[in-house]
Ligand binder design. Structure first.
Ligand code: NDP
Length: 512
């Protein structure tokens, strides 16, 4: 249960309502006002640990999105659009301070809403203020270049906010994916309409309160929970006055978004799925590699794109790896997300649980060896939630669907290989290219292999090291563009080139 020493930092009424499951958010945040939905209504947010509603949240429809986009446009045309970078930075720093203070509240809400274990959620949300501070630090450093040609011209570039950004986020890490979009959008001077996932709308509205408290002008950030397909999400994407969509979610959704947004030729950035290879060479420090590989097989109940879901193991150490995976799986404490002892909570939804279980059946049908796990937990306090056992498959071939498709559940596939060349071939034989890891004591091999892997980030002798400063995003079907790092700013900016003649002379094309 929520530790008493942390309760002092958070509002008792919110804690009680969260624990009792009586949280209610009847308003959307549009144009700096809390307004009842016009085109939507109220939706229940389901607690995945119990399968029952625990919060009731206003959701927006077409008319609410229209209002939010109009507010975002007005803010862009108003004082926000003229605000110098250092003043935007000051607002972002203020937001970071408020966020840090309220992190315990957000942690509690997000753990209840998404089902992620408290100890994991605390570590995640506790770091987000660093993201806002990082983007604050960049807000007054958005400058162009001068381009030398010859002395008849003076050429320079300016970087301008892309405009109104529609941010569409998923359920697995709601506040993390939001900070990765809001930070660069606000640093560059864009305005935002945020649509969180229908399964996890609560923390986005708490964030709206922080935006208000930090003093951002009305309309700079608008929060409209709602449905994706045929709802607020789709309308936001189609809206002609939205200049860019920043999206995290599934590849199939990204393709639908591209089609919906095609008529308006807006900009898109996508953070999509992964099927990361986590390579353990025979010369690695295998015990350390196993710590990383087992932790990143089952973290977030397997619901993160960065996890090493394909564990590639060199044959001399394969049996040892299988053995330790089975031992560790037995040590994972699956339990209620708000219990401090819990390592792994439930899957985020009934749909995701069914998807994971269907892949367990598929893996067995394909001939992989189910070493441990693979079943829904149906006993005791966990019976009504979407809990599943940590699962290990051995003898997996990279051609099997469990190795090719993103399961998004706590399922590790252990794939044997012989030698460096085969490791690289298997690692790259995937539609995805988001993250990868490799373990070896041979420095030359580590660099050689890292250089051949087609992924947006490669970890060597570590795994899931992600910070505000480190660019993150995918090759191939894993996405477009980068979040984090200085690179995150690029997809929120347009470049204007200005060419000034120093002579004012222009020849008559028809003189001769
Ligand atoms: P989805 O793609 O289903 O949904 C993501 C968001 O898009 C939700 O807000 C959803 O709304 C909205 N949406 C759905 N359909 C449309 C549409 N037609 N137009 C506009 N918006 C729409 O992903 P999930 O939420 O199911 O998240 C899981 C997936 O996301 C996984 O496959 C995972 O790989 C990927 N992911 C990738 C990450 C990365 O960083 N690369 C991080 C996290 C997840 P609604 O909730 O109402 O459906």
């Amino acid at each position: 249960m929520w530790p008493a020493e942390e309760r002092g930092c958070i509002r008792e009424d919110l804690v009680n309502a969260t624990l009792r499951g009586t949280v209610r958010y009847p308003h959307l945040f549009i144009g700096g006002e809390w307004v009842a939905p016009e085109g939507g209504g109220m939706l229940d947010s389901i607690d995945p640990a119990t399968g029952r509603p625990w919060a009731s949240v206003a959701y927006g429809g077409r008319r609410d999105i229209d209002k939010a986009v109009a507010a975002a446009r007005a803010a862009l045309d108003g004082p926000w659009g003229r605000m110098p970078g250092h003043e935007r930075a000051a607002l972002l720093y203020r937001l970071a301070d408020i966020y840090q203070k309220r992190a315990p509240e957000l942690t509690l809400l997000e753990a209840r809403d998404s089902g992620r274990a408290l100890r994991e959620t605390r570590g995640d949300i506790g770091a987000h203020a660093n993201w806002y501070r990082w983007f604050a630090s960049l807000a007054d450093k958005i400058w162009g270049r001068t381009i030398p040609m010859d002395d008849s011209v003076h050429i320079y570039t300016s970087r301008l906010p892309v405009g109104v950004v529609g941010a569409i986020t998923p359920w697995n890490a709601p506040m993390l994916t939001t900070s990765w979009k809001l930070g660069p959008a606000l640093a560059t001077g864009c305005t935002v309409v945020l649509k969180p996932a229908e399964q996890t709308p609560v923390t986005a509205l708490e964030l709206a309160k922080m935006i208000e408290e930090a003093g951002f002008p009305p309309g700079v950030v608008n929060v409209v929970p709602g449905y994706g397909k045929d709802g607020a999400g789709e309308h936001l994407v189609a809206h002609p006055d939205v200049d860019k969509i920043a999206f995290t979610g599934e590849g199939a959704t990204a393709k639908a978004i591209l089609k919906t947004g095609a008529d308006t030729l807006k900009r898109f950035s996508f953070e999509l799925g992964g099927k990361a290879p986590h390579i353990i060479f025979g010369d690695a420090d295998v015990e350390q590699a196993l710590n990383a590989a087992t932790s990143s097989a089952w973290a977030v109940c397997g619901q993160s794109c960065a996890l090493g879901s394909r564990v590639l193991v060199e044959r001399p150490v394969y049996d040892r790896v299988v053995e330790v995976f089975a031992e560790r799986a037995a040590k994972v404490r699956v339990g209620m997300p708000l219990d401090e002892a819990t390592h792994m909570g439930p899957q985020s939804s009934d749909e995701q649980l069914r998807k994971t279980l269907s892949y367990v059946d598929l893996g067995q049908a394909e001939g992989a060896q189910l070493v441990t796990g693979g079943r829904r937990i149906t006993s005791g306090a966990l019976a009504d939630g979407y809990f599943v056992q940590p699962t290990v498959f051995a003898g997996v071939s990279n051609q099997m669907r469990i190795a090719r498709e993103e399961i998004f559940g706590p399922v590790a596939s252990l794939i044997p290989f012989d030698g460096e060349e085969e490791a690289v071939a298997i690692a790259n034989d995937t539609a995805y290219g988001l993250t990868a890891g490799l373990w070896s004591r041979d420095l030359g091999r580590a660099h050689r292999v890292a250089a051949k892997i087609r992924a947006g980030i490669v970890w060597v002798n570590t795994y899931r090291y992600i910070r505000w400063t480190t660019p993150y995003g995918g090759f191939k079907a894993s996405g477009w563009g980068r979040e984090n790092g200085v690179e995150a700013l690029d997809s929120y900016l347009e470049t204007r080139t200005t060419v000034v003649s120093t002579t004012g002379q222009f020849p008559d094309a028809y003189a001769n």
